[in-house]
Design a binder for this molecule. Sequence first.
Ligand SMILES: *Cc1c(COP(=O)(O)O)cnc(C)c1O
Length: 469
Amino acid sequence: MKYVSTRGGMAAQGFSDILLEGLAPDGGLAMPERIPQVSAAQLESWRSLPYHALAAEVLSQFISDIDSAQLKTLTQAAYAPKTFQSAEIVPLRPLYDGLSLLGLSEGPTLAFKDMAMQFLGQVFPHVLRVRGATLNILGATSGDTGSAAEYAMRGKDAVAVFMLSPFGRMSAFQRAQMYSLQDANIHNLAVKGVFDEAQDVVKALASDLAFKNKYHLGAVNSINWARIAAQIVYYFHGWLRVTTGPGQPVSFAVPSGNFGNILSGHIARSMGLPIRRLVLATNENNVLDEFFHTGIYRPRSAAQTFLTSSPSMDISRASNFERFVFDLVGRDAERVAKLWQELGVKGSFDLSAYLPEFTERYGFVSGSSSHQDRLSTIRQVMDRTGILIDPHTADGVKVAAPFVEKGVPMLVLETALPAKFSEVIQEALGRPAPVPLGLENLESLPQKVTVLPCDVASVRAYIAEHASL
Ligand SMILES: *Cc1c(COP(=O)(O)O)cnc(C)c1O
């Protein structure tokens, strides 16, 4: 399997080559040069596999430069019961009226980012070992991604993580989750600025090629193809759990921000998995909902992005969306390059000519939710089932409900556990979310964090002193 760029300017490369890179050299994103097809018989043969074995089967469709025995070892280590709160890794829980929850938040940081990051935590050290290389992962986080990366990479050979977080702007729980890691290869840098400023420091250092090469800087951001690939697995898993035989349709509802999670669903569907609808749920930051209703993509600036009670979806420029557009325009890379050029000049582009295809051909439908919707959905699910859901998952349940069809199970992806967003639970129910087993003392553990000014020189000096070479 080889990978090409959505903008056409990259020679075809293998999985391990694109694994450690960010954007393609032409500014595009890596995509498999063809989508592997899974037959109904093959799918049935996977029905009894445990999650890690299913992951090896699905991922081997996209990875031809790691042999299958090795890949099995990697997924077995990534999706081990000791790392996840549920023995099934991804549990399925029925709610009501055809709706079920697909539990993607049983990993160490209580959000779905762990599903992909745990695989990266195995495959990065493997590829680095084979190549005799080292990697210093540099990133900025306002919550879920940074902590998932740190938990996946802690104590791993040949990898170090330098994660910037905005000083004083994360919840006590989020801080404790990240800063309590004592591993020598994990560097928490609390910088005195807001998230966007921290992100600017990361971008400045990553675009300084001499520095980047000298210190082997890399990233694990949402455009990383291996993350998309690892996320495809749970669509197969969900389908296999809820069906009894070939061809049965299942719909999925996905709380969305960067379009990474639902893109994995789109790829799973393109591989032949019988997915009927992909329900894209946004919060008040509804750029993607607008696109699926009008065909016009008009991202917003950081200043026009609302702070909401489902903060991990407060994104107005969906970095993975380009991969879907690539498929939508018939994999015409020249066309994609032109669209993104137009976006740069005009701030929007118009694909309304494809509007009928969004649902008919690709299965996409969409909707958005408000703060009040999330509160009432959390209350409703609690009243009817006794199950407590987080505000992101509530976006999914709210938007999914009108799209439920008779005889078609609707799986809502549970993208975080409520304990991470206890203030919203307090507002919805008048009591905080329970702290998961084993994390009761998290906030009283000793913390390891370095406070730095939010500027390029300070972070550069810290990396130069601490990078693994
Ligand atoms: C990252 C995240 C999302 C959005 O996922 P995308 O892949 O960016 O669309 C939704 N919910 C939670 C809790 C997240 O952490």
